[in-house]
Design a protein around this ligand. Structure first.
Ligand code: PEP
Ligand code: MN
Length: 287
């Protein structure tokens, strides 16, 4: 097999040659993926309560994030683990984001939920485990709502781009790719964050790419250095799990930053961003 996927003739719409300009995905609040200013998505793994999402939303907005993340429908390895608050979480997310000028990105697990999630969210997340759920890709593509497409834990770059191709074929070119680590032989980290994917994708596709150092490492203390590395590698933004009390989080607490730690990351990130010609979003106005 030809290992140079840049010559894959099937990448008709996502391939770099399909467009002269790079795609910039803009959300209603002004957050943009692929522009000089980075898109910074932050928030808890799962929406747990009104207080939790409000504290997180105001905290990450103050630190300079421009997109609030939070799971309402959670893909959990165990069927006995917390599955998310569902539609109630969508309401809480929207209200918390609106209070702080943030956009909302949240995962949709089931093609039957695309409509309800799109009613509340500015961007639909297709999670790593669903990257090749073709029925979901078709439905999300037809919705026309911006999509954050995470890389499958065992997906090659070519398979990931073909999954994105499904969205564009369905008529949706508002697609952002998210590198969140791939499964490796080494359990020292939860996943192996493939940062070489970032500059490689810039050669292969016109779509923006962001990095998720939270799922990419599984360890809160590794999130800041890998966030810096992702931006240095050319990422158009970050997805970071932030919780007001990580030790008490119902999911992914060990990889979540406190609001304070996220604020410190953002202050230090500005220097890294400037070194590669990028900027951080302006701090949201808190009402
Ligand atoms: C998440 O963003 O909380 C999540 C479940 O991510 P992933 O699909 O990358 O595992
Ligand atoms: Mn998570």
């Amino acid at each position: 097999m030809d290992r140079s996927i840049d010559r894959n003739p099937e990448l008709k719409l996502v391939g770099r040659d399909a467009r002269t300009e790079r795609t910039v995905v803009r959300l209603r609040n002004g957050a943009a993926f692929g522009a000089e200013t980075l898109a910074i998505c932050a928030g808890p793994c799962s929406v747990e309560s009104e207080e939790q999402i409000d504290l997180t939303s105001s905290g990450v907005a103050r630190a300079g994030a421009n997109v609030l993340r939070g799971g309402a429908f959670k893909p959990r390895t165990s069927p006995y683990a917390f599955q998310g608050l569902g539609p109630a979480a969508l309401e809480l997310l929207r209200a918390a984001a609106d209070r702080n000028g943030l956009a909302v990105v949240t995962e949709v697990l089931d093609p039957r939920d695309v409509r309800i999630v799109a009613r509340y969210a500015d961007m639909l997340q297709i999670g790593a485990r669903n990257m090749q759920n073709f029925a979901l890709l078709r439905e999300a593509g037809e919705s026309g709502v911006p999509i954050l497409l995470k890389r499958g834990p065992c997906a090659t770059i070519a398979e990931w781009l073909m999954a994105a191709e499904y969205l564009l074929v369905a008529g949706n070119d508002q697609v952002v790719l998210c590198e969140r680590g791939i499964r490796s032989f080494d359990p020292a980290t939860r996943n192996l964050l493939d940062l070489s994917a970032v500059p490689l994708l810039a050669e292969l596709t016109h779509l923006p790419v962001i990095v998720d150092p939270s799922h990419g490492t599984g360890l809160a203390r590794l999130v800041e250095p890998m966030a810096f590395a992702g931006v240095a590698a050319g990422a158009d933004g970050l997805l970071v799990e932030v919780h007001p009390d990580p030790a008490a989080a119902v999911s992914d607490g060990q990889q979540s930053l406190s609001v304070e730690a996220f604020g410190s990351l953002m202050r230090r990130l500005a220097v890294v961003a400037a070194a590669v010609g990028r900027r951080l979003p302006a701090t949201r106005i808190i009402v």
